[in-house]
Ligand binder design. Sequence first.
Ligand SMILES: Nc1ncnc2c1ncn2[C@@H]1O[C@H](COP(=O)(O)OP(=O)(O)OP(=O)(O)O)[C@@H](O)[C@H]1O
Ligand SMILES: [Mg+2]
Length: 461
Amino acid sequence: MGEIWDLTSSKLASILFIWAMVQKFCPYQIHDFIKKISNKLARLFDPYVEVRFFEYIGDFKKTNEAFSVIDHYLTSKSTNQSKKLQGEFVKNSLVLKTDEREEFHDEFEGIKVVWTLRKIVSQTKSVLFGPPKDKRYYILTFHGRNRDFVTKSYLNHVLEQGKNIGLSKRQKKLYTNCKAKWSRVIFEHPASLETIAMDPKNKKEIVDDLIRFSKSKDYYARIGKPWKRGYLLYGPPGTGKSSLVAAIANFLKYDIYDIELTNVKTNAELRKLLIGITSKSVVVIEDIDCSLDLTGQRKTNLENGKEKEEMNQVVASLHELKSEAATENQKISQVTLSGLLNFIDGIWSASTGERLIIFTTNYVERLDHALIRRGRMDMHIELFYCGFDGFKILAMNYLNLESHFLFETIRSLLEETNMTPADVAENLMPKVANEDVETSLERLIQALRSCKEEAEKKRRD
Ligand SMILES: Nc1ncnc2c1ncn2[C@@H]1O[C@H](COP(=O)(O)OP(=O)(O)OP(=O)(O)O)[C@@H](O)[C@H]1O
Ligand SMILES: [Mg+2]
């Protein structure tokens, strides 16, 4: 054994000596040539390529997004394959992950790769910053002949899939502003597009538009426009505007940024807020006509639309309450219409990622045309009083009821009177435990009849 070792070490010493001589005395072309040959030889014996994806980049300063996206992808795929798993509680639910010692073999379009999770155990212990952080990283191993395919097609596939999985697991957040600062809470509104009572044709239009928008990254890049879309939701109070905003955010799995403009003092503060908005977000300004002094138009519209105004008297008085409170705040707020328009057109043009901006109002005719012209507010969606289609959705939501002999009476009453989905829903909601559906439907019929009588009385007066 000792002899063999002596022999090997003397040979190794000779090779090193020759290599040192070559490096010192050979012209650099020969040096390069030898280096190339030796690299080729090395590749011949070890044809595999490794790519490492560290969890943190640069001394734990920045999380590597690629790591978490790969983690989503591998967690979803590998748990069916691995024999050794780890269990973790993530956001209140149990997640099974591949054990760190396990390898995961993946195949894409006939090309095989291997993933391994490794970690470098940290030696430093910090009292101030908690337990030492190990450096975790994924190693992707593949044959060198597939280098182009893996680095382009396969990794694109992993990143795309991983992003989608991450997005579907992500907890949505609701951001609200206090002056120029955002505060956030977990957004868990139960509204969904299925449970919103509205005309099925309009709903389908919204769903199609949202799907088209969320998949149009390349399209927007090609036409040179920022990836944003504006929705204007209008209709009387209680017709589901705020519920629709929540349903849209749930559908797209976006965060909501609910801007209270009356809390923002200046355009500069507004700009600061808006710069902090991340992509995949729905930016909402509720009751936009109360939030800004959209001068000029308001007065003329009030004068011209007198008849309409009378019909909406009840609605208006409610709205006035909102307006009065807002006007108080406006006295100290100097956010201007042009400031807001600049933000819609300007700031978003400079940022990447998809954003939806939604304005809601009870009085669309009061809004300055510049604010709602197409291109700024691309979709104008009117939410109406409850129709029979809307009622059927509410009956399903609240009573789990698809049909009933009282539905025909309700249909004709809904055609003759204006009741908001909020009021219909309130009447359908059982008032005591185990209340039967007939009692709820009768209560609604009663309410519809009184509503009809009241409207007739008003018309007579
Ligand atoms: N179209 C609808 N579909 C399902 N539920 C609805 C609908 N409209 C109203 N509701 C119910 O009524 C409640 C109030 O509705 P919502 O706050 O969405 O109305 P709004 O149009 O935003 O009213 P406002 O103009 O006063 O802000 C909701 O919590 C929801 O339960
Ligand atoms: Mg609302």
